[in-house]
Design a protein around this ligand. Structure first.
Ligand SMILES: [Cu+2]
Length: 146
């Protein structure tokens, strides 16, 4: 972990409620993508790869595929946000939501998340379908300094 550097989040955000995401990064414009990372989800409750390395400020397109027979999703967030969200999903299993930090996929489907990472550190992601997070369906993006 590199500290002591001022995080660069220069550009102003368009839209309202993205502020809390500044540490983990933010949704970005597909035209700014610098790299595509393919992520596979399956019924062993694992993401492949489960650990992804990126650089500060990099804009990644996650090309996510559900190879399982169950519904899965990839949600980017802080560990505490993800845990809270997983508990909510356990109470309301049919809760549907479409936020820019996630993609929910039926079996066999593919989808994308375009995300710009902020300062160096670790950002978590997980599947929040009921029981999946608890079964270990989570991973980490390691953001390194430029
Ligand atoms: Cu899942």
């Amino acid at each position: 972990m590199q500290d002591g550097k001022t995080p660069v989040h220069g550009e102003h955000q368009h839209g309202g409620h993205e502020a809390e995401s500044s540490l983990i990064g933010k949704a970005s414009d597909p035209a700014k993508v610098t790299r595509t990372v393919t992520v596979d989800m399956n019924d062993t409750m694992r993401f492949t790869p489960a650990s992804i390395s990126v650089k500060e400020g990099e804009v990644i397109r996650f090309a996510v595929k559900n190879s399982g027979k169950l519904k899965h999703e990839m949600v980017i967030g802080s560990a505490s946000e993800l845990k809270e969200h997983a508990q909510l999903m356990a109470k309301f299993p049919d809760m549907e939501h479409a936020e820019p930090n996630q993609v929910t996929l039926l079996p066999g489907k593919t989808g994308n998340i375009v995300w710009q990472f902020g300062k160096a550190g670790k950002v978590d992601f997980a599947c929040l379908q009921p029981g999946h997070f608890e079964a270990g369906m989570k991973g980490q993006v390691v953001v390194s300094a430029k």
